[in-house]
Design a protein around this ligand. Structure first.
Ligand code: HOZ
Length: 432
């Protein structure tokens, strides 16, 4: 069984001449799973179609934005209606105001925000704000968490940095990297000890409240609260990077799901509905310190772009459909339970983590609660399984260290077809 991907292959050969790895973002090059990426022709609902006409049930969803499925009619309509009036103005527009109001309503911890153009820009700006507001320099992050490719974050980073074995990137000056302290995710005592030693110098602690870049790892009971208390006690700012979890794990993100109020939140993905976008925001006294209200500088030519705002607002409007999150959660449970059963039937050790519309599949029989647990899993087994699924028309993230995403466009029969594919993939990948 082998899909015809000859057109993708030809495009990849051309792409490799002009782009590092033939791609514009590393993980999509398929390097860690082996083989070659397919090239997209179009996408609709739960499916991606490649240039050779193959169809895939898509559990990547453009790495997170497509919570309502691809090319949702109301999002496409909003974009079409907006773009005929011009693509970028460089002056304020009404859609930015509507976005500000909407975000403040969905996430009450961020009554003020600034729109930017990517999640990376959001996190870079958030730590500048934390440093500027506290007058301190140290930033704390977690092993295996990924906050975009800013210098301060490429220290024990997850996602592609982890996939390619370079969690600390060359090119990041050592004196800057030294200002980033790292902690093991879900380790209560390590956090307490670090804050006892350095609390007065820490500007901010940044965390993916549910980690999605070392596969999917949930916080232990009380862990986020513990971090909240440490930050409050030591005068450091708690930054939730909700670029992935924002509006994916509940209508109000992980902060609503766990009942924690961060000082600063970073967003991206869903708030752009598939267009390039990011945002950061927080309490008014902090955000008033951003230029031009205050001295902390941050700017962007395309920030608040009308087409991106229109796509984002249309996507956010879909979250209000009654039962939207309940259905997503049911489907995720159906999928994860089904994958675990299929693996058990095939005699393969697999465990899953899940939170509403995001999940992780691990080749181990143990609970996965930390970076060390995730990296101890059988990565070769994942890679074989990945290709078995791809051949059967199911696209999982091409790395054992990325979370999977569901969309509201997926039906129960898509989930069941995925589980059926998994039965075959487990069987083939683990045959003696
Ligand atoms: N940062 C994304 C994974 N968490 C990868 C994006 C891409 O390669 O397109």
């Amino acid at each position: 069984m082998s899909l015809d991907t000859s057109r993708s292959h030809d495009l990849f050969q051309r792409a490799r001449q002009f782009m590092p790895g033939g791609v514009n973002s590393p993980v999509r090059a398929f390097k860690s799973v082996g083989g070659e990426p397919f090239f997209a022709q179009r996408a609709e609902g739960a499916y991606l179609y490649d240039v050779d006409g193959n169809r895939y049930i898509d559990y990547v969803g453009s790495w997170g934005p497509m919570i309502a499925g691809h090319a949702h009619p109301s999002v496409i309509e909003a974009v079409q209606k907006t773009l005929v009036d011009g693509l970028s103005f460089g002056v304020p527009n009404a859609l930015e105001v509507a976005m500000g109001e909407r975000l403040a309503e969905l996430m009450p911890s961020m009554p003020m925000q600034r729109m930017v153009n990517s999640g990376t820009e959001a996190t870079l700006s958030a730590i500048r704000l934390a440093r500027g507001a506290t007058g301190r320099t140290l930033i704390v992050k977690f092993e295996g968490c990924y906050h975009g490719h800013g210098d301060s974050f490429l220290v024990k980073a997850g996602s592609g940095a982890l996939t390619f074995g370079q969690p600390n990137s060359p090119g990041v000056p050592a004196p800057l990297a030294d200002l980033t302290l790292t902690l093991p995710y879900n380790d209560f005592d390590a956090a307490t000890t670090l804050f006892d030693a350095h609390g007065g110098e820490i500007a901010g602690l940044i965390i993916e409240p549910i980690a999605g870049n070392m596969n999917c790892i949930l916080p232990k009971d009380g862990y986020l609260q513990h971090l909240r208390e440490l930050c409050t006690k030591h005068g450091a700012l708690l930054i939730f990077d909700e670029v992935m979890t924002g509006f994916r794990v509940s209508r109000g993100g992980a902060q609503q799901r766990y009942g924690i109020t961060p000082d600063i939140t970073t967003l991206g993905k869903i708030i752009g509905g598939g267009m390039p976008v990011g945002a950061y925001g927080g309490r008014e006294d902090l955000m008033r310190q951003i230029a031009p209200d205050g001295p902390i500088y941050q700017a962007g030519t395309l920030s608040g772009n009308p087409v991106a705002m229109a796509a984002g607002l249309a996507t956010l409007a879909l979250l209000d459909e009654p039962g939207f999150y309940e259905r997503l959660e049911q489907n995720t449970n159906r999928l994860c339970d089904g994958l675990e059963t299929a693996a058990r039937d095939a005699g393969v050790a697999v465990t899953t983590n899940r939170s509403c519309a995001m999940f992780g599949l691990f080749f181990t029989d143990k609970k996965v609660e930390s970076f060390a647990d995730a990296t101890a899993c059988d990565i070769n087994a994942f890679n074989r399984f990945f290709h078995g699924m791809l051949q059967r028309g199911v696209y999982l993230a091409p790395s054992a260290y990325e979370a999977g995403f569901l969309s509201s466009a997926m039906s129960e029969s898509d989930i069941d077809a995925t589980i059926e594919a998994a039965r075959g993939a487990f069987r083939d990948a683990f045959a003696d």
